[in-house]
Design a protein around this ligand. Structure first.
Ligand code: TXA
Ligand code: MG
Length: 313
């Protein structure tokens, strides 16, 4: 448990929020849609803490918040259409899913997909915090998993006090529903209705197909871009069979360890990197993964491990 600071919407509040974010701590902040739970999108540990604080059972991809289009171009590839949509709707309640540019985001933010969801919020305090921090913020809605999104600082406190470092108090959010998510990876697709009316997007792009999101994929192919090890993965392995690479959790001999101390937040932060490393080490042999407890972040870790171990055609 930490004591959650309530930060005032002034220069001192913004600089304290930025300071906490630089330490890898979590700061909830107002946007025009709902309050976001912000953490440094480049830090594996900060992003793992977001999933832990929300109690999310899955590593679904998060939205990366940046102050403007120039910053967005660092992390995503914009074609002419994406440039035009961004020019028309940013800053504002529209998130664009675009091809990922290899530029230092934690793989936990993108769920290791080849795309990234980017948003430029219009709220002056979101803008102020992004500029004071000077980097991209991963920010899902600032509520425990499965509960409604918060639109006031006291809603955030009610759900997350003791689990996050601070809440920046900006009063009530004007829009009150999440941003609209537009996919621009394989042609325009509406991934989530939200703050920007679909009609406004269709006026510019023509009729929009309703796509599945990465959270609720409507076609198996949408998960195909998830990184899957080429090695066979054996889960809940109490022993190592000859030739296998051992991916450990907690104390004990192994080739790679998700967390030697058995810390689930550290294990989540290491997960995607470790799977790639284990795959390289295995060079075609199998990977034996130690059991990870099915509690807290362990549920999300096991969900991802089960996908890595699933038979592939
Ligand atoms: O209004 C909002 O957008 C709020 C405020 C805080 O800005 N944020 C928000 O973030 O709702 P989040 O991280 O909860 O939104 C995640 C949604 C999920 O439905 C996810 O499937 C989709 O964004 N998403 C993120 N990355 C994606 C990707 N690469 N491909 C497809 N969908 C993606
Ligand atoms: Mg939410």
């Amino acid at each position: 448990m930490v004591k959650t600071e309530l930060l005032l919407p002034d220069a001192a509040g913004l600089s304290r929020g930025a300071e906490l974010l630089r330490e890898g701590a979590l700061v909830a902040f107002p946007t025009e849609t709902v309050y976001g739970l912000g953490g440094d999108a480049r830090s594996d540990l900060a992003v793992a803490r977001i999933f832990d604080a929300k109690g999310r059972p899955r590593f679904n991809p998060l939205i990366v918040h940046v102050p403007d289009l120039v910053a967005a171009r660092e992390f995503a590839v914009f074609d002419a259409r994406a440039e035009a949509v961004a020019a028309a709707f940013w800053p504002g309640p529209l998130t664009l899913v675009l091809p990922l540019r290899a530029a230092g985001l934690s793989p936990l933010v993108t769920a290791d997909l080849g795309s990234v969801a980017i948003r430029v919020p219009a709220h002056p305090l979101a803008q102020g915090l992004l500029r004071a921090f000077g980097g991209p913020l991963a920010a899902p809605s600032a509520n425990p998993s499965g509960r409604v999104s918060p639109t006031r600082a006291d809603h955030v406190m009610a759900g997350l006090a003791g689990r996050i470092a601070a809440v920046l108090d900006g009063g009530a959010c004007a829009v009150g529903v999440e941003s609209t998510i537009l996919g621009l990876v394989d042609g325009p697709q509406l991934l989530r209705p939200g703050g920007v009316p679909v009609e406004m997007l269709e006026a510019m792009l023509g009729p929009l197909a309703m796509g599945g999101s990465a959270e609720k994929p409507n076609a198996p192919g949408q998960l195909a871009s998830h990184y899957a090890p080429s090695a066979a993965v054996r889960l809940e392995a109490e022993d190592v069979r000859s030739g296998e690479v051992r991916l450990g959790f907690g104390p004990g001999a192994c080739d790679l360890n998700l967390s030697a101390t058995g810390d689930l937040v550290e294990a989540a932060a290491n997960l995607f990197h470790s799977l790639r490393e284990a795959d390289l080490l295995a060079a075609g042999r199998g990977i034996a993964v130690a059991p990870v407890p099915e509690v807290g972040l362990g549920r999300a870790i096991n969900d991802r491990l089960r996908r890595a171990a699933a038979p592939r055609g």
